[in-house]
Design a protein around this ligand. Structure first.
Ligand SMILES: NC(=O)c1ccc[n+]([C@@H]2O[C@H](COP(=O)([O-])OP(=O)(O)OC[C@H]3O[C@@H](n4cnc5c(N)ncnc54)[C@H](O)[C@@H]3O)[C@@H](O)[C@H]2O)c1
Length: 318
């Protein structure tokens, strides 16, 4: 039995507790930010308002506090959204955390100062270079994992032995794990697929979406290679696997669909998705300064068109 702490009680962090509990581990979950999730997790029946299920009774809720990091864990899982990454980077640094860490968060960070893009693991390692860090990505709808639908994901660590140890700890017959040494490639693919799923969603017909799917894969290969990831990773669960699930449904492709119908981003957001987070839009705003400066629009025309459409609030014309 291992001791696992999940930081982030949103949909994904909470769903992730289920395979961990099925493996008979002692699982704690904490929520540093959202009153809604604190209320859900500390309630008697543990009804999770995003997952629409009661979480296992064995899952223990811990109030977020500094004291959490005085304890030793066999694994700390980070399941915060991208906006929580700077916060957790500071906390891990302050408390010199030594436990192995597994990051579920998807996204990239742009640093204005040196005009560079950083993956999430690079962001965390910048402030705490000695962290024992692995990343887990892939096509995983939290609601489906919570209902134990068969799900395959990928753990990346340059040291594949560590990745496999973690995989053994969390895999079940419905939660299957693959492995990769290409940490950067896995992180880049799992982030930019949110932008490409908007692009594919704009297709409106299966024929057009299929053609956009193929073009998106080519651009993802080009971007991944340019940012020092492996081109082949685009064909893994973190790339094409995750692109499929996001393009087939979800908030990014829904926004893409409105853009395809001729709405501008701002109009579509206000009219149809006012309360929804569109991760692809957030990532466009984050990485646009870097992409526009460092890439040639002829090499990645779909990405440039989506950036223009969101930043300038112009119609998405392809
Ligand atoms: N690796 C995977 O298999 C996988 C699968 C699905 C989603 N994800 C990723 O997991 C992350 C969380 O997704 P989710 O569906 O649980 O989202 P969610 O909105 O349900 O939960 C977001 C979590 O982040 C926290 N948070 C938000 N803003 C914060 C801030 N400013 N400071 C600190 N904490 C903050 C929230 O309190 C909550 O715990 C996303 O990056 C998503 O892309 C990963």
């Amino acid at each position: 039995m291992k001791k696992i702490l999940i930081i982030g009680g949103g949909a994904m962090g909470s769903a992730f507790s289920i395979p961990c509990i099925d493996n008979n581990h002692k699982v704690f979950i904490t929520e540093p930010y959202s009153q809604r999730f604190i209320k859900n997790l500390s309630s008697k029946n543990k009804f999770h308002s995003a997952l629409k299920i009661n979480l296992p009774k064995k899952l223990k809720f811990k109030k977020y506090s500094n004291k959490l990091f005085y304890e030793k864990y066999d694994l700390i899982v980070i399941a915060l959204s991208l906006t929580g990454i700077n916060f957790i980077a500071n906390e891990l640094k302050k408390f010199k955390v030594k436990s192995p860490i597994l990051v579920l968060t998807k996204g990239l960070k742009y640093e204005k100062l040196n005009k560079k893009i950083f993956t999430i693991s690079q962001t965390l390692l910048k402030s705490s270079p000695k962290l024992n860090l692995s990343v887990l990505k892939g096509p995983c709808l939290a609601k489906e994992l919570a209902r134990k639908c068969k799900t395959s994901v990928i753990i990346a660590n340059k040291n594949i032995k560590i990745a496999k140890l973690l995989g053994k700890m969390i895999s079940t017959k419905y939660y299957l794990i693959e492995y990769s040494k290409d940490v950067i490639g896995v992180e880049i693919c799992s982030a930019i697929k949110n932008i490409y799923s908007m692009i594919i969603g704009s297709g409106l017909s299966l024929n057009k979406s299929s053609s956009l799917f193929q073009k998106s894969l080519s651009e993802m290969k080009y971007i991944t290679k340019s940012l020092k990831g492996k081109e082949d990773t685009v064909l893994s669960l973190a790339g094409v696997g995750d692109l499929y699930v996001s393009a087939a449904g979800g908030r990014n492709s829904k926004m893409g669909n409105y853009l395809g119908q001729g709405f501008t981003f701002q109009r579509a957001k206000k009219k149809f998705m006012a309360n929804d987070t569109v991760e692809g839009e957030q990532l466009v705003r984050e990485i646009a300064p870097f992409i526009l400066k460092k890439f040639n629009s002829k090499k990645i025309p779909l990405m440039f068109q989506m950036i223009r459409s969101i930043l300038k609030n112009k119609k998405f014309l392809i």
